[in-house]
Design a protein around this ligand. Structure first.
Ligand SMILES: Nc1nc2c(ncn2[C@@H]2O[C@H](COP(=O)(O)OP(=O)(O)OP(=O)(O)O)[C@@H](O)[C@H]2O)c(=O)[nH]1
Ligand SMILES: [Mg+2]
Length: 454
């Protein structure tokens, strides 16, 4: 990231067929640079008012050629997204119009913003903590309403409030421990019970947060769910039933599907990529064999394999579906089963194999719930803090580990000095979570994930 004093510019909207685009200028000279483009006879920038929108025409300063008529909104520091002077230009959309305007602003003295630089400046200027800054990217990338909601909650401080409670409890414990260290003669003996109470309070919240991390990551990143099994077991039919549309070809001929077919679905708010595959069997047909290889590779790298066993065949097939992760066994086409065959098939499978029929809809809702459960999904109430990133989980787990060591030390009657070391460790981990004392390389990595304009 460049020095935080220069003025940066970038389009904040993607190039789409939409009507409008927004270009953002941020920095000490934002108003001055913008002013150079205001057309002669247009409204002068001096008349722009803070937090108000004004219509004006922008021109190329050297030639006077019109660039666009725009609506501009001024946000004076520090009451802006970045905490600096910000000028937001709503112009007409389209690559050429936006490029001409950005080009003119660059010629007028702005520098092209790097990826994530607006949000980086907002973080640096104390407009948001690091977890909130990270959630800006999450909100933009969210594929389901639930993922967007979690990102909004995070940005609006759901985690900040919870971490403040943890911090308050740890500080209360530390005050007592430090008093016993600093003034061993004057201070009363360490009130171990009070310290334990505070540390247990902190640990209980941290435990809940760490436990939320798997579900939080699933909400943010989604997962790949691969349907695999023998030919004609009903994989494509189940794929279509779960995707809610007739996306994959279904036919009574075994060996119909050869390519991998993907669809992103919203299952209880979690964005899952569902993959239909070729039926796995030995075959001399070259195209089908390639399909089987693709299916095997997809199953091997899946987050979850839904392994179909055809109820129309009473014996378990011996198709060799590779399973390196979790697997859900499903008895498919169960409406076609002969009397007793379901039981016989289930006898060959691990306990709890689900029975489904894409034709009748039987077991589909149960399968949907089982998929979410198997992936660790566990929805939290709106507004309650969850961890959505591995970075957050590591820091919360570090703080929790330090709390547990403190509780162990209390139980063992260890000197307070050692407890103070652990409590400080816990507080430092909380700081890093919200962005205090984070190494520059880590910050660079976090903001490099953003695109230009965020
Ligand atoms: N009665 C009944 N028929 C089904 C069910 N699911 C699929 N079928 C039928 O079974 C046949 C095979 O279904 P597909 O979904 O194409 O099976 P597949 O596993 O994708 O087959 P391949 O792509 O060839 O491996 C088709 O005729 C479907 O209509 C079901 O639940 N009940
Ligand atoms: Mg198929």
């Amino acid at each position: 990231m460049g020095p935080p004093t220069d003025t940066i510019v970038a389009p904040c909207t993607a190039v789409t067929g939409g009507a409008l685009a927004v270009i953002r200028l941020s920095g000490h000279d934002a108003v001055c640079i913008f002013k150079r483009l205001v057309a002669h006879g247009g409204r002068k920038t001096a008349t722009l008012r803070d937090w108000s929108a004004t219509r004006t025409v922008l021109t190329e300063p050297e030639t006077g050629i019109n660039l666009d008529d725009v609506v501009v909104t001024l946000f004076r520091a520090p009451r802006s997204y970045t905490g600096e002077d910000v000028v937001e230009i709503s112009c007409h959309s389209g690559r050429a119009t936006v490029e001409r305007l950005v080009g003119a602003l660059l010629s007028a003295g702005a520098r092209a913003a790097e990826p994530g630089e607006f949000t980086y400046r907002a973080y640096r200027n104390g407009k948001m903590d690091l977890a909130a800054a990270e959630s800006v990217g999450d909100q933009i990338a969210a594929l389901t309403g639930e993922a967007a909601r979690a990102a909004t909650d995070l940005r609006l401080g759901a985690l900040r409030g919870t971490l403040a409670d943890v911090r308050a409890a740890l500080v209360s414990a530390l005050v007592q421990v430090e008093a016993a260290i600093s003034f061993p003669d004057e201070a009363p003996d360490l009130d171990a019970q009070a310290v334990e109470g505070h540390v247990r309070d902190a640990a209980a919240i941290l435990e809940r947060l760490v436990a939320s991390a798997r579900s939080g990551a699933l909400l943010r990143q989604g997962a790949r769910v691969v349907l695999a099994g023998p030919p004609n077991a009903g994989k494509s039919s189940l794929f279509n039933a779960l995707a809610g549309c007739a996306r994959a070809i279904v036919s009574p001929h075994p060996g119909t599907t050869r390519d991998l077919i993907e669809s992103t679905i919203d299952l209880d708010g979690y964005p899952l990529t569902l993959v239909d595959t070729a039926g796995i069997r030995d075959t001399e047909v070259e195209v089908e064999r390639t399909g089987v290889e693709l299916a095997m590779a997809a199953a091997a790298s899946a987050d979850l394999v839904v392994r179909l066993h055809d109820a129309a065949h009473s014996a378990a097939d011996d198709g060799d579906v590779p399973v390196t992760t979790s697997v859900l066994h499903v008895i498919s086409r169960c409406d076609l089963a002969c009397p007793g065959s379901l039981e016989r098939l289930a006898g060959h499978l691990p306990e709890g194999a689900l029975r489904v029929s894409s034709a009748s809809g039987e077991g589909i809702a149960e399968l949907q719930r089982a998929i979410v459960r198997a992936l660790g999904g566990n929805r939290q109430a709106a507004g309650s803090a969850i961890l959505t990133r591995e970075r957050h989980r590591v820091e919360a787990a570090t703080a929790l580990g330090a709390c547990r060591r403190t509780l162990g030390a209390l139980a063992a009657g260890v000197e307070p000095d050692l407890m103070a070391v652990d409590l400080h460790d816990a507080l430092r981990a909380l700081d890093r979570l919200t962005g205090v004392g984070v190494a520059d390389e880590v910050l660079e990595r976090i903001f490099a994930e953003f695109c230009v304009g965020k």
